[in-house]
Design a protein around this ligand. Structure first.
Ligand SMILES: Cc1cc2nc3c(=O)[nH]c(=O)nc-3n(C[C@H](O)[C@H](O)[C@H](O)COP(=O)(O)OP(=O)(O)OC[C@H]3O[C@@H](n4cnc5c(N)ncnc54)[C@H](O)[C@@H]3O)c2cc1C
Ligand code: SF4
Ligand code: SF4
Length: 416
């Protein structure tokens, strides 16, 4: 880790490239987008991340007592809740759609409301008004929802001639972030000013430079999206360093929609409520709002997991080989096996639907466990492993060594 090194001023990007075989650029999106509103140049109008960055660095923000935050995302929520904690008396969130369309996490909206933030839904800043170069008011255009736009959400449309004036002394514009490419001029940007990286190789226009995260193609997103991309890119870069560029291909997995009926046999247990500090207490400081589960609470919460996916997802040899050898499963698609329910043998559960009849469990039971109680019965597609696990004779004979489970290459056998 080399901290406090800024590319473009402390060191050039060319120097980094010279001393490394490959470089991954993950510079995020650290410039606030403009609201393109008249009066934006007035003192007291600041960008969302600029404001939050100053607070995080302990710098003076110049924030007043009446604060308008423009935007409906997580940055807007962080900004309005930070303004409350810094002592603002009136904090407004100006959002041009309704709460239902807000991209911010619902919990953030709820907690901001509890802390006294006033949401001005269906309004959009039309102009920032000021005196002596300093913002004093915001003129809000009242909006209504029209037809759905490209994002699928109903587009906000101005209600002609309907405005509202809000007295404020600070505007925090948190309508989005864009890349600050200063220092990275060699890298090609797309038409939206975002680093253009190949979807499958994460490669930029420079052969040795890869890019991921908020700085690339789809623009600012959420943390896990950047983490996921970085994981995939690391594998591509590894292949590049070994002399070839193997693109990332989404691995094949069998997907199905799990409905409430599929899980009807499971007990319904409500999500545990995590203890958290009251709004009156938490709005005075920056300490954590959520207090965490006790060990018992965490264990109980984890036990709610429905295990609705395949338990063998990470280890299934069938999936691994199918992806490695680029099998196109649709070529082999057939009908599911008929009439097989999961059956249970002491501590092992069998799902015949996932059995590929490899015979390994049969051989293991015979040769390693020296029991020979499993066998293949039938021919062709209708072959199954028998005897049934719930047969009393098998249960009596099985020594529960779990060797059949260990050898099974798919999720057909599961340890309970
Ligand atoms: C206020 C705010 C709230 C958010 N809330 C959430 C949330 O609740 N949940 C969620 O999942 N996501 C949230 N996000 C989004 C999440 O933080 C990002 O999607 C994620 O951090 C992107 O990761 P990244 O690695 O692409 O970029 P970043 O995490 O932004 O990392 C980029 C790094 O590069 C450094 N850098 C930039 N330029 C240079 C340079 N020239 N030289 C050297 N270093 C440089 C930056 O200092 C930074 O450390 C939020 C974002 C913001 C701004
Ligand atoms: S647990 Fe052991 S003895 Fe029982 S069926 Fe499996 S391999 Fe055979
Ligand atoms: S080892 Fe698993 S996949 Fe192979 S036959 Fe036995 S149950 Fe089926």
């Amino acid at each position: 880790m080399k901290n406090n090194v800024k590319i473009g001023s402390d060191i050039t990007f060319a120097e980094i490239r010279e001393s490394h075989d490959a470089t991954l650029v993950a510079i995020g999106a650290w410039s606030s987008m403009s609201t393109r509103t008249k009066g934006e140049e007035l003192e007291g109008v600041v960008g969302g991340i600029d404001f939050l960055q100053k607070v995080a660095l302990g710098e003076e923000t110049g924030m007043g007592k009446n604060v308008a935050v423009v935007g409906g995302g997580n940055t807007a929520m962080d900004a309005c809740r930070t303004a409350v904690r810094l002592g603002a008396e009136n904090v407004y969130v100006i959002y041009r759609r309704t709460r239902a369309e807000m991209p911010a996490e619902d919990i953030e909206i709820k907690e901001a409301m509890e802390e006294g933030v006033e949401f001005k839904f269906l309004t959009n800043p039309d102009e920032y008004l000021g005196e002596n170069g300093k913002v004093t008011q915001v003129k809000l255009q009242v909006m209504e929802l029209g037809e759905p736009d490209a994002s699928g959400r109903r587009a906000p449309v101005p209600v002609e001639g309907k405005f509202e004036i809000l007295d404020i002394d600070t505007v925090i514009a948190a309508i989005g972030q864009k890349v600050n490419p200063t220092g990275f001029e060699e890298i090609e940007l797309n038409s939206r000013g975002i680093i253009a990286a190949d979807e499958f190789t994460f490669r930029t226009n420079l052969a040795d430079v890869f890019a991921v995260g908020d700085a690339t193609n789809r623009g600012a997103s959420i943390a896990i999206a950047a983490i996921g991309e970085a994981e995939k890119a690391s594998k591509v870069i590894d292949s590049f360093l070994k002399g070839d560029v193997v693109p990332y291909i989404k691995p094949f997995v069998s997907e199905k929609t799990v409905t409430a009926e599929d899980l009807a046999h499971k007990e319904k247990i409500a999500r545990a409520k995590m203890p958290h500090r009251s709004p009156e207490e938490r709005k005075n400081d920056f300490k954590e709002v959520n207090l965490g589960f006790s060990e018992e609470g965490a264990r109980n919460e984890a036990k709610r997991c429905l295990e609705c996916g395949c338990h063998d997802y990470k280890d299934c040899s069938l999936i691994r080989h199918a992806n490695r050898y680029e099998i196109h499963p649709e070529r082999f698609e057939g009908v599911p096996h008929r009439g097989f329910m999961e059956t249970r043998l002491l501590s092992i559960e069998r799902n015949q639907h996932k059995c590929i009849l490899c015979n390994l469990c049969v051989r293991t039971c015979e040769e390693v466990a020296k029991k020979g109680i499993l066998g293949l019965v039938g021919r062709g597609f209708d072959t199954v492993i028998k005897p049934e696990f719930n047969s009393p004779d098998v249960i009596a004979d099985c020594k529960n060594c779990k060797k059949c489970f260990e050898i099974c290459p798919t999720g057909a056998l599961k340890l309970l």
